[in-house]
Design a protein around this ligand. Sequence first.
Ligand SMILES: C[S@@+](CC[C@H](N)C(=O)[O-])C[C@H]1O[C@@H](n2cnc3c(N)ncnc32)[C@H](O)[C@@H]1O
Length: 415
Amino acid sequence: MSAPSLEAALRARSPRAHARTARDERENLLIHGDNLAALRSLSPRFAGKIRCAYLDPPYNTGRTFAEYSDALAADDWVAMMRPRLEAIAPLLADDGAIFVQIDDTQLAHLALTMDAIFGAKNRISTITVVRSATTGHKAINAGPVHVSDFILAYARDKKRWRYRPQTRVREGLDPAYATWLDDPDAPPARWTFRPLRAAIASMLGHDSSRAAVRAMGKLDFEQMVALRALESARHVVRFAQPRYEAIARAAQQIVDRSRERPERVFVHEREGRPPFIVKGGNRILFLADKVRVVGRRAAIVEPLTNVWTDMPFQGIAREGGVVFTRNKKPERLVARVVAMASDPGDWVLDPFLGSGTTAAVAHKMSRRWIGIESGDHLATLAEPRLRRVIAGEDATGITGETGFRGGGSFRKVVM
Ligand SMILES: C[S@@+](CC[C@H](N)C(=O)[O-])C[C@H]1O[C@@H](n2cnc3c(N)ncnc32)[C@H](O)[C@@H]1O
């Protein structure tokens, strides 16, 4: 029997279907049913509309969870995933992207399947997500302890896809920032430098960093260095060798001159960009350029890499007010994916919705969303979670960061 179309399902359940308004076209959808049938039914209405799809399918862990079984032969798992990924491809916008989270059980099969469907040339990134510490039973597995998930990211068309740049907060001071600039307000030709630790030791009333360590202990002194560096970030610099062949001719000439006169600071002004400041052939980079206010505090931020160590899974047991042991993903993790691949008002799709994390995140981030889940926990976990979000009763997860206070709606469709 062919799958009922979602349009038909919507009409069948809407007493005033004929009077569907433009608002309905924007309505979020919570679909209870098998995702293959649902995805195929979405096709006419949502073709080319999904800006970001996030999938967190069963990992094929061999376990049987209370809510669903997660044990298939590898080939059967691929046979389950392939048509679903194929059904998502035409739904993606030309500048859209798909992200699939997985552990290493099916990683290789998934990568080959996604290469085949979306094209290896459209691979954006393979992200490693460090999800746990090396504690507990995992430590007794043979071989290295597994602590990571992966997210395979593909664009529908990489040439058209746009990355919304993301940063992450760095814990601790990058050891490369080891130099103190005495007077950043003086003309660069008069700048004088000292080792960072010596400067901070002297601020604390010690003759040297060694004396400070003796008096305070290494740990406390290093904590103080990190704190003071952050407070005085305009004074804290690092020297970095520029990639000579990658910089403009004028910058190369400055580098050459500064090598001839290593005691002098050279400044090359650039239109619309920060000046290129060089000493001894090395660029001078300021810690201040990496400091942002995050929440209410100043923090050092860095460009996001494809290794995510800052998305702890610990402490999410109560997120969204739902218990979905071993399966629920942190809202902050999904939010990062949504943020890098969509803008407010865009459609976000999650066909393995589980406890509703992606829909909750998309809702709080002012995206429109479609969530599909076949299990009964759609009604016991995802739906009540989303109703709490809408009622402004969910203060967990990313609620604080987004400032979301409630509002919005969704339509539930049972297929
Ligand atoms: C790993 S969980 C997703 C967890 C989710 N990201 C969260 O944070 O709660 C995978 C989900 O996919 C659902 N699922 C598995 N096969 C499905 C299918 N064919 N159609 C719809 N949902 C399915 C399972 O019931 C399970 O809830």
